[in-house]
Design a protein around this ligand. Sequence first.
Ligand SMILES: Nc1nc2c(c(=O)[nH]1)N[C@H]1C(S)=C(S)[C@@H](COP(=O)(O)O)O[C@H]1N2
Ligand SMILES: [Mo]
Length: 254
Amino acid sequence: MTPHERRALRDAHRPQLARLQRRMLLHGGLSLGAVALLSGCDDDALSGDGALDRMLRSMSRFNDRVQSWLFDPRRLAPTYAASQITRPFPFNAYYGIDDVPDIDPDGWKLELSGLVADRTPWTLARLRTLPQESQITRLICVEGWSAIGQWSGVPLGRFLQRIGADLTARYVGFRCADKYYSSIDMASALHPQTILTLDFAGDPLNGAYGAPLRLRIPTKLGFKNPKYIQALFVTNTYPGGYWEDQGYNWFSGS
Ligand SMILES: Nc1nc2c(c(=O)[nH]1)N[C@H]1C(S)=C(S)[C@@H](COP(=O)(O)O)O[C@H]1N2
Ligand SMILES: [Mo]
């Protein structure tokens, strides 16, 4: 099916799809994390290989496929005025702010691997030689807060082209200086608002907010925005993520 045919088909079925997606969010799409909370399961029960666990995980993966099918690569996340930027901007990680990784920006390099033609690591200075984009968007955390910020840096799609990444591959994955990791679908990676972020509100990223490099992807929830990035890879093998592997829905569009 060509993208155009797929879009026409999708448009024709939009109401049914919207209903289907609502049903899936109500039934299958409920993240494992939420199910765990509701059912009082602990982490052990979730990571166990029980039938319920397997069923919920496969439903969530089915939900991923439907979400990625519904994803419109040209639809932009809302943008805001500079006066609406949230100050101070909230910090979040799976640990407290005192344990944020402290990375020497001069020694730092972005490592590349996987389906990439040119795997030469990139310094910050070199990343800054590429054309930069800026956005004022809302970061939405599953924990129930959101905040508006201004992020700028290199559009990921442009970077992937530059390094000769296989743009037909399924996933772009990230590994971070803490134990964090995450991954996104290629269509979302190529979305114009998905940026390898170097600056917040016009200044180099502050340590807690992901220095020296973070992903900003306003079409997805906060946990799909890895901070303190050290390595990027392109792959057809599902890479999962820190929260994703604990049951949070992988696609997690916002
Ligand atoms: N490396 C790393 N990246 C991370 C996290 C983390 O714990 N480690 N937490 C994620 C979550 S859950 C959110 S909501 C955002 C928070 O970004 P902020 O600190 O800029 O608000 O970072 C995401 N990226
Ligand atoms: Mo989050």
